[in-house]
Design a protein around this ligand. Structure first.
Ligand code: SF4
Ligand code: SF4
Length: 435
């Protein structure tokens, strides 16, 4: 990498970011927790090395389009394991997102993908819905089976065949059933919550959203499902499309303010992390900063919320050996690890066994399994090795990305293991009690 003095244009990070960069004291205590450092063994692919490169960028010693710099920043999973390990409180996720936001697109194809996929499809609910319907039709009409059997997919350009193999079976029918706008509480009402249905979550895992609404209602919540909600902007902030993310955040804040809900519940942990950080995203927007702060203070991951109330424990038995995958943005982004385990342990018949490196990224990381396919698969292989060592027949994970990635690894090895969201597990236990 060309680190030079005086040649590059110093890149303007805002004040918070400059302060964050200086918080790194180069102690190296984060290195052993970094998945890319563990795999690649290079300082430049470690948190300390990346913060050093960000500082060099800020001081104009690296050019923003330096290909080596971009490589090391691109290889970062934004898993934030380094934040958990860092004794100096470096908010690495914020730094990475600010850095990615100043890096220009590398090619025409990347630019096109960003403007079409991130800035158009993910910001327009009907387009996203149409794409979801098309994908469900592809799977459920038998087209997928034919395409896979004929080997046609392997002839596609841009690794599309490999990426297609990642597609999980999408829940629901070709036409997705929606949730009613209001789901009344069962029994006496404790509170009113608004359900954030997500974009990928709603298209791939609509039944998990239904299960979430049922479980909340079983626990005395009146559930509002606001119409017109949009993608939370997580993929955009992680990918450096900050302005788009800010626009999406403003739309969601304005909508959810009208719900009168006590809490905003999310069951996708990557989205939860972004929603809880809207106040960072809009910190320098005078008109929206306070509203963003209020919004973020009401966001709860569904496991976090359910573990904080006196839970209805009318569960039926589920006999299984189960392990738990800590989604990065739940454990490192939101510091939540005990609550989902506590919920699992409330279900009779389940034996919870801990998996080695349960807090290490599975390689999904937003669109990492698309942009950094080979590294992502190396991380997945390691995850599946650790999973099989537990001899569990169920693995619980709270993020759609982890569920898709781990299910892919399991399919590839033909293992008899089910991947399930914690709220689907609770819903199953409630249903068994009522049989
Ligand atoms: S976010 Fe994850 S991959 Fe990136 S530097 Fe931190 S620990 Fe490493
Ligand atoms: S642990 Fe924190 S302070 Fe130490 S090198 Fe890593 S980021 Fe810097």
């Amino acid at each position: 990498m060309a680190i030079h003095t005086g040649e590059g244009s110093p890149v303007r990070f805002n004040f918070v970011d400059r302060k964050l960069i200086r918080q790194c004291v180069h102690c190296g205590l984060c290195l052993s927790s970094c998945p890319t450092y563990k795999i690649l063994g290079s300082e430049l692919d470690s948190p300390r090395g990346r913060v050093y490169q960000m500082r060099a960028l800020q001081e104009g010693k690296i050019k923003v389009d330096d290909p080596d710099f971009r490589l090391h920043i691109d290889r970062c999973l934004n898993c934030r394991a380094c934040e958990t390990a860092c004794p100096s409180g470096v908010q690495y996720g914020q730094l990475l997102e600010a850095t990615r936001a100043v890096i220009p697109s590398r090619s025409g194809t990347e630019s096109l993908l960003r403007s079409v996929v991130l800035n158009r499809v993910f910001t327009t609910p009907w387009l996203l819905g149409a794409l979801g319907t098309g994908m469900r039709f592809y799977q459920k009409s038998g087209l997928q089976a034919v395409a896979r059997a004929t080997g046609l997919l392997n002839k596609l350009p841009l690794n599309l065949g490999k990426l297609e193999a990642l597609l999980p079976p999408m829940q629901g029918g070709v036409i997705k059933a929606g949730l009613p706008e209001i789901i009344p509480a069962r029994g006496s009402q404790r509170c009113r919550v608004a359900l954030i249905t997500g974009c990928v979550q709603d298209q791939f895992f609509s039944l998990t959203n239904s299960a979430t609404a049922r479980v909340l209602a079983m626990n005395g919540c009146e559930v509002v499902v606001p119409r017109g909600q949009v993608c939370c902007g997580a993929l955009h902030t992680h990918g450096g499309e900050r302005e788009t993310a800010r626009g999406l955040a403003r739309r969601n804040i304005a909508l959810f303010e009208t719900t009168g809900a006590d809490f905003y519940i999310i069951n996708a942990t990557g989205c939860g992390s972004t929603l809880k950080e809207y106040h960072y995203l809009l910190a320098d927007d005078r008109q929206w900063a306070e509203r963003a702060d209020r919004f973020s203070s009401k966001v709860r991951d569904v496991s976090e919320f359910l573990a904080s109330i006196e839970l209805n424990r009318n569960f039926g038995e589920i006999r299984a050996r189960v392990t738990y995958q800590d989604a990065c943005h739940l454990i490192h982004g939101q510091k939540i690890s005990e609550q989902p385990r506590a919920l699992i342990q409330m279900i009779p018949g389940l034996e919870l066994v801990e998996m080695k490196e349960s807090d290490t990224c599975c390689g999904s990381a937003g669109i990492y399994n698309v942009t950094q396919y080979d590294l992502s698969i190396q991380l997945l292989e390691r995850k599946i090795d650790n999973l099989t060592a537990t001899k569990a027949s169920l693995i619980v994970a709270g993020n759609p990305g982890c569920i898709i990635q781990i299910a892919h690894g399991i399919r590839q090895r033909g293992l008899p293991i089910e991947v399930i969201h914690p709220v689907d597990l609770l819903d199953r236990a409630y249903r068994r009690a009522n049989k």
